[in-house]
Unconditional design. Structure first.
Length: 116
């Protein structure tokens, strides 16, 4: 059974930084895509950043230039470096992985709170 586990969330002041990590287990096959989504209270879940096995990356406009996604295909891990955090970045952040056969997997989420 494939499992995704996020870590690295927490409380940070505006302008600060956090690094989220996602570890996977239950498969030795690399994923086609790994990504980070977030869901703020009362809002829909949205894509933050994604990276393909070939290294293509894509960011939401709201985080472009502030966040950086990186992945390790061999280890099936993905990280998200978040800099210059803003209160509007407050959300539960979810790790997502898409297997080559199309199945989607989700982590349980980690809370990120940006507040002074």
């Amino acid at each position: 059974q494939v499992q995704l586990v996020e870590s690295g969330g927490g409380l940070v002041q505006p302008g600060g930084s956090l690094r989220l990590s996602c570890a996977t287990s239950g498969t030795k096959n690399s994923f086609a895509t790994m990504a980070w989504y977030r869901q703020a209270l009362g809002k829909k879940r949205e894509l933050v950043a994604e990276i393909t096995s070939g290294g293509f990356v894509n960011y939401a406009d709201s985080v472009q230039g502030r966040f950086a996604i990186s992945g390790d295909n061999a280890a099936n891990t993905v990280s998200l470096q978040m800099n210059s955090l803003k209160p509007e970045d407050t959300a539960v952040y979810y790790c997502n992985a898409v297997a080559r056969h199309g199945t989607l997997y989700w982590g349980q989420g980690t809370q990120v709170t940006v507040s002074s």
